[in-house]
Ligand binder design. Structure first.
Ligand code: SAM
Length: 323
């Protein structure tokens, strides 16, 4: 059984049919994320409510900081959801990290000239996977496109994931900001492959992909902890539920929650506790326990008319871990 890659621009066509060229698997993950960022580049105004909620979280976090020297935004992308000027006003240096170079350049171009010197960009893979041998094996499997070969690579990846080195950032930060990144660490690229796969292949891969996504998010929380100064803070926002009625077809969440505007925090807590199957893959991690959480904020991210995310934002500070 062969698998085939779909273009993420939602055309439902393969890269070849849509973009007129095949994308080598070595670059397809970055290409995929970069296309998504291109598609959402014009959403700055439409997402102002989402960005204001992130700004509220950041302003709460400032109460807990001893100093405001350095801040990093992980998965910064176009920064449609990041109040960049506010960060520039409150920190001496702001580092923007993403795997997609073009989106960071777009974000910087919105800054007033007098602020530019405070900002630096970092092009990195936050999972650290692209530095590993397993990644090469994965790429080879993708080139061959046989689902069994692909499955064997996924198994190798799952078995070795915890031993992978973290991406090298090399500094600590007073504030680490991460907005709606955890759900993007593995699944988007993989799910761009699945729709063309036979049902059996799809079923076999879904479980392992969920496991790998969860392990990657667990690692990501360790990275958040490592990057933060002991008296620093993390602002983390995560898209925990997706409400989707695209094509007049309600997803599982939209069948349970008809009107997402009626949701309040108690209802969200109930859903998190008792409707685990509705929670978006990779949105939260058991490693949240590595942090104290003095502040939580929930909001609706109106992505499009028929697609919204329920976002939970946290102000976190690192617990001191026993050696
Ligand atoms: C949902 S977007 C966040 C929205 C973005 N801040 C904006 O305003 O457009 C997630 C971001 O994480 C980045 N990303 C996803 N996986 C990544 C990885 N493994 N390493 C680095 N960045 C990654 C994507 O390129 C994207 O910019």
């Amino acid at each position: 059984m062969k698998i085939s890659f779909l273009c993420p621009c939602l055309s439902r066509k393969t890269y070849l049919d849509c973009c007129g060229r095949e994308i080598d698997p070595e670059y397809s993950y970055v290409h995929y994320l970069s296309l998504i960022n291109q598609n959402t580049a014009g959403c700055y105004d439409a997402w102002s409510h989402h960005r204001e909620a992130v700004k509220k979280l950041i302003s709460e976090s400032l109460h807990y900081l001893k100093k405001r020297d350095r801040c990093i935004v992980l998965g910064a992308g176009n920064c449609n959801d990041i109040p960049l000027e506010y960060l520039g006003e409150n920190f001496q240096q702001v580092h923007l990290a993403d795997i997609d170079r073009q989106s960071l350049l777009r974000a910087l171009s919105r800054l007033p000239d007098n602020m530019n010197k405070k900002f630096q960009t970092l092009y990195i893979d936050l999972t650290g996977l692209n530095e590993t041998e397993i990644f090469k094996d994965f790429v080879e499997a993708s080139r061959q496109r046989y689902y069994k070969r692909f499955l064997s690579s996924l198994r190798k990846l799952r078995a070795n994931l915890l031993d992978f080195p973290f991406p090298k950032i090399g500094q600590n930060y007073d504030l680490v900001v991460s907005v709606c990144v955890t759900t993007q660490l593995f699944s988007p690229f993989i799910f761009s492959i699945l729709p063309h796969s036979p049902k059996m292949a799809l079923n076999k891969m879904t479980t392992i992909i969920r496991e790998i996504s969860n392990l990657l998010v667990d690692r990501y929380f360790v990275l958040l902890h490592d990057l933060t100064f002991p008296d620093g803070c993390v602002v983390l926002a995560s898209d925990i539920f997706e409400w989707n009625t695209e094509g007049n077809k309600a997803n599982e969440f939209a069948k349970v929650i008809r009107n997402p505007y009626n949701l309040n925090s108690d209802m969200i807590n109930n859903l998190l506790n008792f409707k685990q199957h509705l929670v978006t893959m990779g949105s939260l991690s058991v490693n949240l326990k590595m942090f104290e959480c003095p502040y939580i904020l929930d909001w609706l991210w109106e992505f499009k008319k028929d697609k919204m995310y329920i976002v939970r934002g946290f102000v976190l500070y690192p617990k001191r871990l026993a050696c």
